[in-house]
Structure formats: structure tokens, C-alpha cells
Design a protein around this ligand. Structure first.
Ligand code: ATP
Ligand code: MG
Length: 492
């Protein structure tokens, strides 16, 4: 049993707010309907009453004028007047004495006294008189018409039947209107209940989702209405949450997996060393352990960076960063004989200098690691975008794998087998950062012409296999790889 909430004020407003939407909608609609029906009913009664009164008056006035015309023409002979339709007519002389009267009419007492006769409106509007005092049951409508020689014609018509039918109408309305209201209220209650049913279904669906871990969707109603839009939007949100949840799980399990091998390796090396302490090369063991520790540290660093990028996507720092300057200074930090800055134009973008520097470091690290002999970094301002390219002359990446390598923890078999590189987070960090800055990144073949002919800087020791004669020194190089980053230029 649902307990009434004990807190909160017990005012009518609070009571009203606690009621269901269905109840409130029905009650509001019914109240509005009741006001409208009552207004319509009273309007009907008043208009009907007026119309009946005026038509009764019209007939009486007509008769009175006919009799007045007869009187003026001197054609009222004996002391009675003949009127066929039940109108009672009295003709009074100047002194107020009744001279003529219709059959059954009072011969002695006029229907209106002298004051009432004097104040009677000349336009034929009548006055209500109680007929009982003249021996006529029910109310009467009485009009006055003046004739020549100070004579007055009074005509009266019974209002009894009309009044009775009017009161019947009022009674019927008094009973029928509330009945109609109740009927409409019940219909409204049903229709609103039916309309709200999809919302109830949504609520049930949502309750089940939170109760179970299985992948679930909310029921989408058939009608193409707002509730359907809500259900679809909520389902889209559920899909996104599910995807995010799945990728979080994958990340955790990948991270655990990646942590496992260096940890196992450290453990093995230490166990072997401790198991056979005699003749143990402790230095070698320490170096092996250090290498694994560095791998762990790099992994932790990469994961932290990714977590920070996820968190910061909403409120990234924006400061002007000259990519040209950044690229030139980065290239200098590497062995100048391997990494060379090609065309480097100033290109200022709005972003986080640390993040953008990390993008370059990750791309340069990859390129240097895979390059055969040379790496070229270039920065150009193209239209409204800054384009940064890092090209190497290494084996490249097959077109089919160029999207995949951006995923977290993805390392290609070649890199894995050589046990080079880290956890496979570098390119994922690059893409997240570039996207957060409103840019794009892609990988393509560098092509033989892409890396310009090597010029050994004067006095520099010729590096690696390239030596002083790079063309001959190159291994049967692959297509090379070029990473192209495009970022929107900052508006001046
Ligand atoms: N310049 C390149 N030439 C050839 N293959 C590359 C190049 N850059 C990246 N790759 C491939 O893409 C994979 C993913 O690169 P990514 O930078 O994400 O990870 P990683 O370098 O292996 O590790 P981390 O960057 O986390 O230290 C690499 O393992 C490698 O197989
Ligand atoms: Mg990398």
C-alpha cells in the first residue's frame, strides 16, 4: 500500500499537485466544461424567456390595437368585445370606468389601476400581473393602448402555459446538464487514460531496464506523436549509454590485459633471480625489470591522458598555438639527421598547447620508430585550416588497417612481433585530441616523392642506414606513411 507522504504542507494546492496527471487533466477539463455548459444553459433560458414574453406581448398588443381601432371608429356597440383567441380585453372610458369587456372578463375592476395604466409603455411592452386576483389562474401579460377621447384599451394574455413550459425546460436543463457533464467527464477520463497509456508503458519499460542488466529498449508507441519521439530519443540515449558502457568495459579489460604481461614478466624475472641467486646477473635482471616498469609507466600515462581527454572534451582550454613554431621546435628535439622540418609556415590554431604538442610527439615517435631513414614534418596554412603532416619512409600501414590503428590498444602484428612501441594508445590519443579541437586526422601512403631527398645537415653525423648516400642506403622501403592532421585556424 502506498503511504501518503507525511511531509509537505497540506494545502489544497499541495493536494492537487500530488494527484495524478490523468486526474488533474480530467478535473480541469470537466471544470471548464461545467462553466461552459452552465453559461450556455442560462443563456438559453434567458433568451427563450425573452422571446416567449415578447411574442405573448405582441399578440396582446395586436388585439388591443384592433379593439382601439374599433372604438375610435365608433363600432363598439353593446358592452362586450368579441376576441376569438382567448385574449382578455377591457375598454375604459376617460374616467377609468369599464365600458366594454370580452366574455368572462371582469366588468368592474380594471386589470391595471390608474397609476399602472399611466406608466404603461406606449410601445406595447407588457407587464406581468398575477391573474389569480382577477379569477384567472396563473400569471398574465398585460398591455395598454390608448384610444381617442381618453379611452384606454387593456389586453391581457395568460402566461401560464408559457411559464410552465419554460420551467420544464429549466428543470430538464438542471438535470440534463450535470448528466451530460458526468458523461463527458467519464469519456475524458477514458480518453486521457488511453492517451497516457504509452507513458505508463515507458515508465514500466524504464523500471525494467534499471532492474536488469540485459540490453533493453523502451516500448515505442505506434502513434507518431510526442510520446513516440520521447521513446525514440530515450532509446537513442540508451544505445549511446550502452555503447559507452561497452567501450568502458573493453577499455578496462584491455588495460588489465596490457598490464598483465609486463607484470608477469617482472614477476618471472624476479622469481628466476631469487630461485637461483648463485651466479645471477642482477644487473641484467634489474635492467629487464626496469624496462617492464617503464612500459607500465607509459601505459599508465597513456590511460591517464585518454581519461583526461574524455573528461575535458566539454571544457577544453583554448589558447593561440602556432603549429609551425611548435613543429619546428619538436623536430629540433629529435635527432636532426632523422627528423627534418620541411615547409613550415606559421599556422595559429586555438587549443591546448600541451595537448597539441602530444599529438606531434606521438606522430613523430611512431614515424621515427618505423622510418627507414627519414621523417619529415611539415606545416601549412590551407584555406581556413592548418595542415600538419608527418611523413616517413617506413613500411607504411595497409589501407585496410588505417582506421583500425586509431582504436585504443591496437598494434599491428608487425609492430607486435618486433615488440616495438608501447601499448597502442598513441594514435587513439592523437585522434581524441584532434577531434576535441574540431579537426581531423588521417593516414595515407607517403609515396616516394612525399619525403623530399635527404640533405645531411653540414657537419652532422650521418644517421643509421641512410648514411651519406641515402638513395642507395635505403632498404627496399615500403610506401611510407603520412599522417595528416587538419585543424581549424584561429580567427584573428
Ligand atoms: N609510422 C608508422 N608506420 C607504420 N606503422 C605504424 C606507424 N605508426 C603507427 N603504426 C602502427 O600503428 C599501431 C598503433 O600506433 P600507436 O601509436 O597507436 O601505438 P604504438 O605506437 O604501438 O604504442 P604507443 O604509441 O602507445 O606507445 C602501431 O602499433 C603500428 O603497428
Ligand atoms: Mg605510438
Amino acid at each position: 500500500m502506498a503511504a501518503e507522504p507525511v511531509h509537505g504542507p497540506r494545502t489544497p494546492l499541495a493536494w492537487w499537485r500530488r494527484k495524478s496527471l490523468r486526474f488533474r487533466l480530467t478535473a480541469t477539463a470537466s471544470a471548464a466544461l461545467a462553466v461552459a455548459l452552465a453559461a450556455a444553459a442560462s443563456l438559453l433560458v434567458s433568451v427563450l424567456g425573452r422571446a416567449l414574453i415578447s411574442s405573448t406581448d405582441d399578440v396582446a398588443y395586436q388585439r388591443a390595437r384592433e379593439v382601439a381601432a374599433l372604438a375610435d371608429a365608433g363600432r363598439l356597440y353593446d358592452n362586450s368585445v368579441a376576441v376569438s383567441d382567448g385574449t382578455i380585453v377591457q375598454v375604459l372610458d376617460a374616467s377609468g370606468r369599464i365600458t366594454h369587456v370580452t366574455l368572462g372578463g371582469d366588468r368592474l375592476v380594471p386589470l391595471l389601476n390608474a397609476r399602472e395604466r399611466a406608466s404603461a409603455p406606449p410601445d406595447g411592452r407588457g407587464r406581468m400581473v398575477d391573474g389569480d386576483q382577477y379569477g384567472i389562474p396563473g400569471p398574465l401579460r398585460v398591455v395598454v393602448v390608448r384610444a381617442d377621447n381618453g379611452r384606454t384599451v387593456i389586453a391581457a394574455r395568460s402566461f401560464k402555459d408559457v411559464a410552465e413550459s419554460l420551467s420544464t425546460t429549466v428543470h430538464m436543463l438542471a438535470i440534463g446538464t450535470p448528466l451530460l457533464l458526468a458523461l463527458l467527464g467519464a469519456a475524458g477520463w477514458m480518453i486521457i487514460g488511453r492517451t497516457l497509456r504509452p507513458i505508463t508503458a515507458l515508465r514500466r519499460g524504464a523500471a525494467e531496464i534499471s532492474g536488469t542488466a540485459r540490453s533493453r529498449r523502451l516500448p515505442v508507441p505506434e502513434a507518431h506523436d510526442e510520446v513516440r519521439e520521447l521513446a525514440t530519443t530515450l532509446n537513442d540515449m540508451l544505445t549511446r549509454l550502452e555503447t559507452a558502457d561497452a567501450s568502458q568495459r573493453a577499455l578496462v579489460s584491455d588495460a588489465a590485459h596490457e598490464l598483465r604481461s609486463p607484470l608477469a614478466s617482472i614477476r618471472l624475472q624476479l622469481e628466476v633471480a631469487l630461485g637461483h641467486p648463485e651466479g645471477q646477473e642482477w644487473r641484467e635482471t634489474a635492467e629487464g625489470v626496469l624496462e617492464d616498469t617503464l612500459r607500465l609507466a607509459r601505459l599508465a600515462e597513456g590511460l591517464l591522458t585518454l581519461a583526461r581527454l574524455d573528461e575535458r572534451r566539454v571544457r577544453a582550454r583554448r589558447e593561440p598555438v602556432d603549429l609551425g613554431e611548435l613543429a619546428a621546435s619538436m623536430a629540433d628535439r629529435y635527432d636532426g639527421a632523422v627528423v627534418k622540418a620541411g615547409t613550415v609556415e606559421p599556422a595559429v590554431v586555438a587549443g591546448d598547447a600541451m595537448d597539441l604538442q602530444r599529438v606531434l610527439v606521438n606522430l613523430l615517435d611512431n614515424a621515427v620508430r618505423h622510418a627507414d631513414s627519414r621523417v619529415v614534418v611539415e606545416v601549412r596554412a590551407r584555406g581556413d585550416a592548418a595542415e600538419v603532416t608527418v611523413s616517413d619512409d617506413g613500411p607504411g600501414i595497409p589501407a585496410a588497417d588505417r582506421e583500425r590503428v586509431f582504436n585504443r590498444f591496437t598494434r599491428l602484428d608487425s609492430a607486435r612481433s618486433r615488440d616495438e612501441g608501447g601499448a597502442g594508445l598513441g594514435l587513439a590519443i592523437v585522434r581524441e585530441t584532434v577531434l576535441a579541437h574540431g579537426g581531423t586526422v588521417r593516414l595515407e601512403d607517403a609515396g616516394p616523392a612525399a619525403v623530399p631527398p635527404w640533405e645531411t645537415p653540414p657537419g652532422a653525423a650521418a644517421p643509421g642506414p641512410a648514411g651519406g648516400a641515402p638513395e642507395e642506403g635505403r632498404r627496399a622501403a615500403g610506401p611510407g606513411l603520412r599522417a595528416v592532421v587538419r585543424l581549424p585556424l584561429a580567427r584573428p
